[in-house]
Each structure stands twice: as structure tokens, then as C-alpha cells.
Write a protein that binds this ligand. Structure first.
Ligand code: ATP
Length: 135
């Protein structure tokens, strides 16, 4: 497969800078795949599994928020957080899931508190799912 230059950058720093053959990410409207010669675009990301194909091998990651852009063949992924499956602390994701689950079931919560707890739950679920691809 033809490769293209991919950068993955988060507030934690540069995660990846090199060639890739395919990137699949969860956008706000569903999963989107990016191949070489994709049209220029900027797409906001949701929360979900990211799959990156590098030298024919698939790598999986938890990819939360941010955006992906394609400019003249250069693909840049700028998520709020991005963890390769091997780097995910499963116990931490489990603990975050339990805390958010307890929060959601409290009796008195404002709409904002419900939304924040749901987002925490969603992040934890995405991390648990991505961690299932650990080698
Ligand atoms: P927690 O409640 O466990 O902190 P969170 O969803 O609030 O989870 P974030 O604010 O999304 O965490 O992320 C903060 C930082 O911690 C980011 O650098 C993110 O990559 C990292 N991170 C969060 N959870 C995990 C995890 N389970 N394994 C590895 N890194 C994680």
C-alpha cells in the first residue's frame, strides 16, 4: 500500500512522526479511514479506537477528542489524548470507569455533572477497549 507522512501530536508531545499506510479514527460522525492521496480536510474527532497501519502492521490506540487534518498528502492527528494499546494502564482505566459509574448513579446531579461523568465513562471504555489489543 502507498504510504503518506503521518504526525500524531498531543499536549503530551509528539507521539509519532513517520510514514503510515492507513489511519482509521472515530470522528464525531463515525469512523473514517485515511489513505494516501486523501482530499484536504479538517475533521473533528470523537472518542474511540484508532488503528494505524505502519509497514503493514496494525497498531491500535485510544484516541480522545481533537481533530485530524489532511493538507497536500500530509496527515496530522491532534487528539486531546492518545495512548497506544501497549501504554494503557488498564487498572487506571478500570478505576476511572468505576468512579464515573458511581458518579452517574448519584441522585442529585446537574446536567453538566451528568455530561462530565458520561464523558469520563466513555473515555474509560475507549481505553479498556483499546487495551484489549495489547500484545
Ligand atoms: P483518569 O481519571 O484516570 O485521570 P481521565 O480520563 O481523567 O482519566 P485524561 O484527562 O483523559 O484522563 O488524561 C490525562 C492524561 O493521562 C493524558 O496524558 C492521558 O494520555 C493519560 N491517561 C489517562 N488514562 C490513562 C490510562 N488508563 N493509561 C495510560 N494513560 C492514561
Amino acid at each position: 500500500m502507498t504510504s503518506f507522512p503521518l504526525k500524531i501530536v498531543t499536549p503530551d508531545g509528539l507521539i509519532y512522526d513517520g510514514p503510515a499506510e492507513e489511519v482509521i479514527v472515530r470522528t464525531v460522525t463515525g469512523d473514517m479511514a485515511f489513505l494516501a492521496r486523501h482530499i484536504n480536510c479538517v475533521v473533528p474527532l470523537g472518542m474511540g479506537l484508532a488503528t494505524v497501519v505502519i509497514n503493514g502492521a496494525k497498531r491500535h490506540a485510544a484516541c480522545i477528542g481533537g481533530m485530524i487534518s489532511v493538507v497536500n498528502g500530509n496527515v496530522t492527528l491532534v487528539p486531546t489524548t492518545f495512548e497506544w494499546s501497549d501504554d494503557i494502564d488498564v487498572a487506571r482505566a478500570e478505576a476511572a470507569y468505576m468512579r464515573a459509574d458511581q458518579e452517574i448513579h448519584k441522585d442529585v446531579l446537574t446536567d453538566t455533572e451528568i455530561q462530565l461523568a458520561q464523558a469520563r465513562l466513555h473515555r474509560a471504555l475507549v481505553r479498556k477497549n483499546a487495551a484489549s489489543y495489547k500484545k
